[in-house]
Design a protein. Structure first.
Length: 74
């Protein structure tokens, strides 16, 4: 599994965190969730943390989906 990439985050003046993926807003965090996010960013891999918070990470079934008949291009 490859590491997630393309995520970035900004903190607004009101404390809101906006997570973007490839330039598009993927999640907005406020209050306690924003504080928890900042704690996790400080402790770990930023890209992986942002992928987890937005739900945009691989689930492990990509190979099965690729092999499904409807995805064979027929």
């Amino acid at each position: 599994m490859s590491a997630p990439s393309g995520f970035s985050w900004t903190q607004r003046s009101d404390g809101t965190i906006v997570i973007t993926h490839r330039g598009r807003a993927a999640a907005t965090l406020r209050g306690h969730r924003a504080a928890t996010f900042l704690d996790e960013i400080a402790a770990g891999d930023e890209q992986l943390v942002m992928a987890r918070w937005t739900g945009a990470y691989k689930f492990g079934n990509e190979r099965q989906a690729r092999q499904h008949p409807r995805n064979q291009g027929r």
